[in-house]
Design a binder for this molecule. Structure first.
Ligand code: ATP
Length: 286
């Protein structure tokens, strides 16, 4: 069977309706902490959902449930028409990009080696990857702008480039859904804008559905079709254009009016060059 080209890949034909369906979802941890309560949301294929909310709002809990690593919830969850656990067992349906801060690179592997790691779940550790899969890896590397760095040790490229390698790794098994956990942490304002552009390119090239969990409201507002404002319960789930300062204040318990105003254009860059974690004093740190 011939494999689809990167820019034509749209996932299996039978998924015509919502690719993620969450209905009346609640989750309580063993110590009695209620993390999610009655959450209902839907995500259309090849769209972007941003999940935002303050610390402790239940974003990670929701992500873990969708990834099939947190059982014991109540309510209904369907991932590409499957129970999340089944989707996880099948592999390659949902992949995940962890927070940048959690990555440590002190072992010798090239950028391309990191991206190829994404195929292990599909091929197995001891088997050789197929020629088509390796060709797809090269396409992903190209779309992510890493071709000149493919042979470099991952520890010898910048933080932003490492992050792109991790995203490429998550795309290598051709997932239908790509989840990103706080992808813009530690990136300056220009880098955040460039990241929004990259996400659009990923969506166009690979036809993947994106779920972005973030504190960085401003960046996700510019790059998602739908936004879910979570604070244990779901306070808003619609187009970002419908979001009001009053609603944001209700969810985040602080004034975020500036977030809804357009920000001035800047040249994109890979890394923050200002010497601080983030150089935009107008963006409240949630
Ligand atoms: P943050 O933005 O700070 O990462 P979050 O929105 O991802 O927060 P969660 O990590 O999902 O929030 O946590 C939701 C609630 O569940 C919080 O009150 C948290 O303290 C609690 N919680 C998370 N993990 C556990 C656990 N393993 N056991 C008990 N309570 C937990």
């Amino acid at each position: 069977m011939t494999q689809p080209q990167a820019n034509l890949y749209v996932g299996p034909d039978h998924i015509e309706q919502d690719i993620l369906c969450v209905s009346d979802l609640s989750y309580t941890y063993g110590d009695g902490t209620v993390a999610l309560e009655g959450v209902t949301l839907h995500v259309q294929p090849r769209s972007t959902l941003a999940v935002v909310g303050p610390n402790g709002a239940g974003k990670t809990t929701l992500l873990k449930i969708l990834l099939g690593i947190l059982p014991g919830y109540s309510g209904k969850v369907r991932v590409a028409g499957m129970d999340p656990l089944e989707a996880r067992r099948r592999g390659g349906i949902v992949t995940w990009v962890p927070q940048r801060a959690r990555m440590i690179w002190d072992f010798p592997i090239t950028v391309e080696g990191v991206v190829r790691m994404g195929l292990v779940g599909k091929t197995g550790v001891l088997n050789r990857h197929s020629r088509e899969d390796l060709k797809f890896v090269r396409e992903v590397i190209e779309v992510l702008g890493l071709e000149d760095l493919a042979d470099r040790p991952i520890g010898a490229v910048s933080g932003g480039q490492q992050q792109r390698a991790i995203i490429a790794r998550a795309l290598a098994p051709r997932p239908m859904i790509l989840m990103l956990d706080e992808p813009t942490v530690g990136i300056d304002q220009a880098g955040q804008q460039a990241f929004g552009v990259l996400l659009e390119q990923i969506k166009r090239s690979f036809g993947v559905t994106l779920v972005i969990v973030s504190h960085d409201l401003r960046t996700v507002l510019q790059s998602c079709e739908r936004i879910a404002c979570l604070n244990r319960q779901l306070h808003f789930h619609d187009s970002p254009a419908m979001l009001t300062p009053e609603l944001l204040a209700g969810v985040f318990h602080c004034n975020l009016t500036g977030i809804l105003a357009p920000r001035p254009a800047q040249m994109p860059s890979d890394e923050c060059s200002c010497g601080r974690d983030c150089c935009d004093p107008e963006i409240p740190k949630l």
